[in-house]
Design a protein around this ligand. Structure first.
Ligand SMILES: Nc1ncnc2c1ncn2[C@@H]1O[C@H](COP(=O)(O)OP(=O)(O)O)[C@@H](O)[C@H]1O
Ligand SMILES: [Mg+2]
Length: 330
């Protein structure tokens, strides 16, 4: 018997589109002999829909038309099972389907930060990926840094800032703790949304404003000059976890931007085929680093994964300070 799998994606998040791309790529690669796949698209309104048109990228060019061909659904627990059940709307009545497991392929607030995981836990569907607390920790850069620091990992110092404080006070607190250049970022977003680098007080003020347009809580940390980024994924759980090969993503500018990540590797990339998600990122696998550094990163990735209580698959990103031009890493 096939496993009835609900793939959840979209959601009330600024990374909604990224999630759609990730989910479509995942669904394309799921073993259909093993899984009966039910796409569940969470619209920006929070409504959930299922339907075959959700699996085609071109449908998203006209979302309201696509949703008219879909069925609005909700999860309903009943007699020890959980069903994906149609929301009754005029003239429509679909079939309920029992769901064995949910697979959230989501990015950002309300969906990746423990909120969706809490919903699934409350209705009683087993789900793929980190539990509620680990999802919440993994989504809050300040909380995650605090846990990692406590676990003995090298993390950058930071200043946590909450909307409402005067710009003057915020700047004073940042300048007391670090020198320019400074990176400012929302604490609870990904995909580089709202992140900027400030070289002086004037640009810091703009960077703070930018980050606050996306979140109520933001942070400032010293910007690493001559940065090399190395990513390593981990699969497993606290008892048995394995690290992937290391990759090095390449950026067009000083910050690995949303464009670098999703728009075919930057503003100069070809866009005729639409975004391929992170598959469009310019990268090198395996990363051009020494064997010793590779093993250090892979070991630390697994340790960080366990420290944060992750399960399933996570990507752990490392920032390396490199000696300019020679690319030597110590
Ligand atoms: N302290 C830093 N120094 C230099 N560059 C940084 C720093 N923090 C972030 N960046 C740049 O910004 C990008 C996005 O930051 P990151 O903290 O990874 O946020 P996100 O969760 O949005 O990916 C990084 O990949 C890197 O290019
Ligand atoms: Mg990142």
């Amino acid at each position: 018997m096939k496993i009835e799998l609900a793939v959840l994606f979209g959601g009330r998040s600024v990374e909604h589109e990224v999630s759609v791309i990730s989910a479509l790529q995942a669904m394309e690669n799921l073993n259909r002999e093993k899984y009966s796949v039910h796409p569940v698209y969470i619209a920006k309104t929070g409504e959930m829909y299922t339907g075959s048109s959700l699996c085609s990228m071109s449908s998203y060019l006209n979302i309201s038309e696509m949703l008219q061909a879909c069925q609005q659904v909700t999860f309903v627990p009943k007699g020890g099972n959980v069903y994906l059940q149609p929301v009754l709307t005029a003239g429509r009545r679909g079939q309920s389907v029992r769901i064995d497991v949910a697979f959230p392929i989501t990015h950002g607030t309300n969906v990746e930060d423990g909120a969706l995981q809490g919903y699934l836990k409350t209705v009683g569907v087993p789900f793929v990926g980190p539990d509620v607390l680990a999802s919440a920790v993994g989504m809050d850069k300040y909380v995650m840094k605090t846990m990692l620091r406590d676990g003995g990992f090298p993390v950058l110092d930071c200043v946590r800032l909450i909307r409402g404080e005067t710009a003057e006070d915020m700047i004073r607190r940042i300048e007391e703790k670090m020198a320019y250049p400074v990176i400012v970022k929302p604490v609870n977003l990904g995909s580089s949304v709202g992140i900027s680098k400030a070289a002086d007080r004037e640009s810091l003020e703009v960077a703070l404003e930018t980050a606050f347009t996306y979140a109520d809580v933001i942070l400032a940390e010293p910007a690493i000059v001559n940065l090399r980024e190395i990513n390593c994924s981990v699969v497993g759980d606290a008892w048995d976890a394995d690290a992937s090969e290391c990759e090095e993503p390449f950026m067009e500018d000083e910050i690995l931007s949303y464009q670098d990540k999703y728009m075919d590797g930057g503003s100069k990339g070809t866009k005729q085929s639409g975004s391929k998600g992170m598959a469009g990122l310019k990268r090198k696998i395996p990363a051009d680093i020494s064997m010793e550094m590779r093993e250090k990163i892979r070991t630390m990735a697994v340790e960080a994964f366990c420290c944060l209580g992750f399960t399933g698959v996570s990507r752990i990103d490392f920032m390396l300070v490199c000696v300019k031009d020679t690319r030597n890493i110590n």
